[in-house]
Ligand binder design. Structure first.
Ligand code: HEM
Length: 179
């Protein structure tokens, strides 16, 4: 490896690591952060810009058709973000757990990390419910031109997105503020 042997200061703990070690950890953290920004940013846009605008400007039928097309694309992006968040999050979590077990004989992570794990997994379950229950019901209703049922499913999806938005900020506040 070309980078092996180069020493740099790790900004988080001020200890010396090889550049190779540091960049792998930082890449995982960066991937986690990017996926969180994509998911949280997407929900911010949907809740505060797209939805209020289409509710104010469009008739129900074209509005539901448009939201269906938007969700189809956005949920695919969220599914990718979920995979990245879960793999990077559990990798950071288990790395620290193992390191503390090696150092002290007992594994442990800050409470904020456990809260992030709980809120994060809850968000993923809620997303699964949005995708496999609400969105499926919505698509079936749109295909059958059952617009009142589609509107009901859309309202359910909206409520679950609001829940995930709140859980996301709780997770981020927990990992930043709770030691
Ligand atoms: C299985 C789920 C998850 C696990 C295990 C997990 C775990 C972690 C861990 C261990 C950290 C590192 C904290 C640090 O270095 O101080 C972290 C940071 C972070 N997580 Fe998660 N996470 C999960 C899901 C999520 C979700 C769903 C979001 C938001 C949508 C999120 C947003 C963030 C952000 C923004 C940070 C950076 C905080 C900072 O820079 O200090 N995570 N996560």
């Amino acid at each position: 490896m070309a980078f092996q042997g180069c020493n740099v200061i790790n900004r988080r703990d001020n200890q010396r690591h090889t550049l190779k070690d540091t960049s792998m950890t930082e890449l995982i953290q960066l991937a986690h952060l990017i996926a969180a920004i994509v998911w949280m940013g997407g929900m911010t846009f949907m809740l505060f810009a797209l939805r209020p605008a289409v509710m104010a400007q469009m008739e129900p039928q074209p509005r539901l058709a448009l939201m269906g097309a938007v969700w189809q694309r956005f949920f695919a992006v969220v599914a990718g973000a979920v995979v990245v968040l879960f793999t990077s999050g559990t990798s950071m979590y288990t790395a620290l757990f193992r390191a503390t077990r090696l150092a002290t004989g007992q594994g442990g992570v800050p409470l904020g990390w456990n809260l992030m794990l709980i809120f994060g997994v809850a968000m993923m379950l809620v997303f699964g419910h949005i995708y496999f229950a609400g969105f499926r019901k919505f698509k079936r209703a749109v295909a059958a031109a059952a617009w009142p049922v589609a509107a009901q499913a859309a309202a359910q999806i909206h409520r679950l997105v609001v829940i995930n938005f709140a859980l996301g900020w709780l997770a981020i506040a927990a990992v930043r503020l709770v030691r």
